[in-house]
Design a protein around this ligand. Structure first.
Ligand code: AMP
Ligand code: MG
Length: 391
């Protein structure tokens, strides 16, 4: 049996999804974690105007010596509009963030003053610019506030909002639909009776897709019968891509393969777990058909889908790592194996659990995949291996 190489299948996934890259303009207030598609420039210089960094007294620095007393000729509060003028030899009370009166070039903090009978005693001298926030000292109009390709953290949202930017252009998150198939599947909260299995794949796929730039808009479960076609058609209404689980291998009730084989490619790829795979188009929508075993779902997503989805959303690929094996392993010829592993205290990776791709609870204790390439059937302790984070 010829198995499609992993790299080929991954490239096919990327190819089917390549038309989905888009940008959209959205309000800054809902842009957390989104990725900018273009640089955002400052519409205004910031600060917008010279203002006080302290509650205190606006003065001309040359009027101030330690022990000087100046008449107080007004009070300026944050939000005050009309710019006042400070006469020579006078002071004005000023609050933090209030516009500096013209003529003033320094602020004396209130703690260094005593105000009495319409005058203020200044305890210390000052220098021009003290406690003044000058217009434009943060950013100049036209400068870049946030560059292109930045995943927006709360601080970036702050910079954009502070700059007066209301909306921005970001990479669109592909709309993802997830369908699990299997007449045996029931939801947690139901008491299992003969032959039934708790459904877990849709939750895993939904979480992985959302974590890597997808917007999950549809989640459904289908039985292993004709009803799958109707569910798939419904999913295709709004989804950019549909990810299915189960029903792709060589059994007698494989609704995904049976429906979609004429509309795509189904077959084994040289990967374990996750060997049986399919790719198709239904109602003009790309369908990524994964096998049903819960560990296969995780491995298939991480190895075949994750970085393509991230790229569409503008997110960087997650690099593979290198590590030393803590113990010897054996592997099958002809398929790249992804063993589940953890890092020990010496920084070496230890495979955990058996090869069975139904061992979801066992696999959940791992945080990386250890890649054993298709030509390798045995590796000694100390061998260098490629590792993939289990995200
Ligand atoms: P299949 O690929 O449909 O032959 O399924 C392979 C194995 O994975 C079977 O043991 C299924 O019961 C199990 N399985 C399939 N889909 C799910 C799912 N959504 N959640 C949990 N287990 C599943
Ligand atoms: Mg099935």
């Amino acid at each position: 049996m010829t198995r499609r190489p992993i790299a080929d299948h991954r490239a096919q996934v990327a190819e089917r999804l390549s038309g989905l890259a888009r940008t959209e303009t959205i309000p800054v207030r809902v842009a957390l974690d989104r990725v900018t598609a273009e640089p955002v420039t400052a519409p205004y210089s910031l600060p917008l105007f010279d203002n006080s960094a302290m509650d205190g007294f606006a003065v001309r620095a040359t009027d101030v010596t330690a022990g000087a007393t100046l008449p107080v000729r007004g009070r300026i509060y944050a939000g005050d509009g009309a710019l006042s003028t400070l006469a020579v030899g006078t002071a004005m009370a000023i609050m933090t963030g209030a516009p500096l009166p013209s003529g003033a070039d320094a602020v004396i903090p209130v703690e260094q003053t005593t105000e009495r009978d319409g005058s203020v005693l200044l305890h210390e001298s000052t220098t021009s610019g003290a406690f003044v926030r000058s217009a434009g000292d943060d950013v100049s109009a036209g400068d870049v506030v946030v560059g292109a390709g930045v995943q927006l953290a709360p601080r970036h949202l702050g910079a954009l909002a502070a700059s007066g930017v209301e909306s921005i252009t970001v990479h669109r998150r592909p709309a993802v639909a997830v369908i699990s198939t299997g007449s045996e599947l029931i939801l947690a909260g139901t008491e299992p009776v003969g032959g039934q299995v708790f459904e877990s794949n849709s939750l895993v796929l939904q979480a992985l897709a959302a974590k890597h730039g997808g917007q999950v808009i549809f989640i459904a479960s289908a039985r292993d019968d004709d009803s799958f076609a109707a569910v798939l058609t419904a999913a295709c209404q709004d989804a950019d891509v549909v990810i299915t689980s189960g029903g792709v291998s060589m059994g007698e009730r494989e609704p995904v393969r049976q429906l979609l084989q004429p509309h795509g490619w189904f077959g084994p790829i040289a990967m374990q777990p996750g060997g049986p795979q399919g790719l198709a188009t239904w109602h003009k929508t790309p369908i990524i058909a994964l096998p049903g075993n819960p560990v296969s779902i995780v491995v298939s997503f991480e190895i075949l889908i994750r970085d393509t989805l991230r790229e569409l959303a503008g997110l960087p690929a997650i690099p593979a790592g290198q590590a030393t094996l803590a113990r010897a392993v054996t592997s099958v010829a002809g398929k790249t194996q992804f063993l589940r592993g953890v890092t020990n205290d010496d920084g070496q990776v230890v495979p955990i659990g058996g090869p069975g791709s139904h061992l979801m609870v066992t696999a959940a204790a791992a945080d990386l995949l250890i890649e054993i390439d298709a030509d390798t059937t045995a590796l000694d302790a100390g061998a260098e291996v490629t590792t993939w984070p289990m995200t």
